[in-house]
Design a binder for this molecule. Structure first.
Ligand SMILES: [Zn+2]
Length: 87
């Protein structure tokens, strides 16, 4: 379970950076809460607070609509760091 270890520290990243508004165009912020298949990470793994989790879920859904991130990822296209493809 090497993947789980990444989320061991439990704190809200967005509270720490004092983020009040999460921009759906700002992928550097969204990617903290996205899995490698572009799914929204659950709060129990990321440690986000409820307020920020709701903001991030909103932003991610908006970003999907605007085609910044894909809705689904092919099984063949799953890569270690999908965000290299975006930038
Ligand atoms: Zn927070």
């Amino acid at each position: 379970m090497a993947e789980k270890r990444k989320f061991k520290k439990r704190f809200c990243r967005y509270c720490q950076q004092k983020v009040d508004y999460i921009d759906y165009k700002d992928l550097t912020q969204l990617k903290f809460s996205l899995s490698e298949r572009y799914k929204i990470m659950p709060r129990r793994l990321t440690g986000n607070c409820k307020r920020h989790q709701e903001l991030i879920a909103d932003a991610i859904k908006r970003a999907r609509q605007a085609a910044f991130i894909p809705y689904i990822v092919d099984r063949k296209r799953v890569v270690a760091n999908p965000f290299e493809l975006i930038k």
